[in-house]
Ligand binder design. Structure first.
Ligand code: HEM
Length: 358
């Protein structure tokens, strides 16, 4: 099911910045019309999941029964089914799931892909980031998982995330409607007018940021640097601001940090093709940034590595990343003896070269 609805999310995202024709459902060939149709498909697929879970719940004697018998912890659907004494209508549960998936999926994965691109183009930043994560890795056992204290020590990683979001606004801007006449300097925005507040116009303004168009993560480092203060100011707002401030911002930072940790400590990479960042109508990379990915010597092709490759390849880059290894690294990783699909990958649609070594 994931495969079948994944593409629909891109169509939904395109609809965020499109002309909302009043009769869009009758005009299914327009961007907005396509987005509405894609949303409907996603909603139907999620409804099926929720209904199945409701049936399971009835059979297992409720969510609590399932908790003990099955996965050992509750997920979002379990929580929605329990919310307010189980009184949520199906439509509301589906709506919450669609909104969270639409708002959280592409934003986070695109930021990861952009960070990979900027890092490949800025070797000094990559070296410093790798140093930060190697030292965390060294302080832990081989398969020991990251902990909260590790995350808190990833100071330069936060600089990379800030700078990626600043240089390339994953969400270009936000729409608002004036509830009242707004007076700003010599301008009046009349009540009822719709406004598009562009983040890029601020983040890439050289009055606010020195060499604004250059990827320079160190600008976030120095305490005395005025850019450092921007993280909490209206001059740096990749997650929006005010009452609609992104509730997923800390989750996104955490997920991207963990991804970067595994990515830079296990792999090196370079662009497989010329590619270009575009910012209209939405931010993206024209070809999805195909890369040649190499396992670093010393990294093991264990289950976690396989899983990471699978995630990077399929979720982040839509199955277009190509894994190359030197024969020594292949041998060390044990890939020459691998079956055609690695143990870590359970996706039948997996096209990862890592799991199908030539
Ligand atoms: C790098 C990743 C992300 C970026 C850049 C981002 C950016 C934003 C921005 C700019 C807004 C404000 C929209 C507005 O003011 O109209 C927003 C809202 C929102 N975001 Fe995120 N987001 C990210 C990740 C996530 C994640 C991981 C989730 C949840 C899983 C999430 C859930 C939401 C939701 C539900 C809203 C709507 C809040 C509301 O309207 O009250 N976001 N996000």
């Amino acid at each position: 099911m994931v495969e079948s609805i994944r593409g629909e999310f891109n169509t939904i995202s395109d609809g965020f910045v499109s002309v909302p024709f009043p009769l869009a459902t009758l005009l299914p060939f327009t961007t907005y019309g396509k987005a509405l149709k894609a949303r409907k498909n996603v909603a139907l697929a999620l409804e099926e999941v929720i209904r199945k879970r409701m049936d399971e719940k009835l059979m297992d004697g409720g969510v609590e029964g399932r908790k003990e018998n099955n996965r050992g912890k509750k997920d979002m659907v379990d929580l929605l089914l329990e919310a307010e004494g189980g009184s949520f209508f199906m439509e509301r549960m589906v709506d919450i799931c669609v909104n969270l998936l639409a708002a959280g999926y592409d934003t986070t994965s695109l930021t990861m892909t952009l960070a990979a691109k900027f890092l490949a183009e800025t070797p000094t930043a990559l070296a410093q980031l790798r140093e930060e994560h190697d030292s965390i890795r060294k302080s832990k056992g081989e398969n020991q998982l990251l902990e909260w204290s590790d995350y808190q020590s990833m100071a330069f990683t936060q600089c990379i995330i800030n700078e990626t979001l600043r240089v390339c606004n994953v969400v270009n801007g936000v729409m608002r409607r004036a509830n009242t006449n707004i007076y700003y300097k010599d301008y009046i925005i009349p009540k009822g007018y719709k406004i598009y507040a562009s983040f890029g116009a601020v983040h890439l303004n050289s009055e606010h940021y020195e060499n604004a168009r250059t990827f320079h993560p160190w600008r976030w480092q120095s305490k005395n640097n005025k850019d450092q203060d921007m993280r909490a100011s209206s001059l740096f707002s990749p997650f929006g601001g005010g009452p609609r401030y992104c509730p997923g911002n800390e989750l996104a930072r955490g997920v991207i940090s963990v991804f970067l940790h595994h990515f830079v400590t296990r792999f090196s990479w370079d662009a497989a093709e010329e590619d270009k960042i575009v910012s209209f109508p939405t931010t993206g990379i024209l070809k999805g940034y195909p890369i040649n990915l190499r396992l670093l010597s010393g990294s093991k092709n264990n289950q976690l590595t396989s899983l990471i490759i699978c995630c990077i390849d399929i979720i982040i880059n839509k199955g277009r990343w190509k894994l190359l290894t030197t024969s020594a690294a292949r041998k060390q990783a044990g890939w020459d003896d691998q079956p055609s699909r690695s143990a870590g990958c359970s996706r039948s649609a997996c096209k990862s070269a890592a799991h199908h070594p030539a």
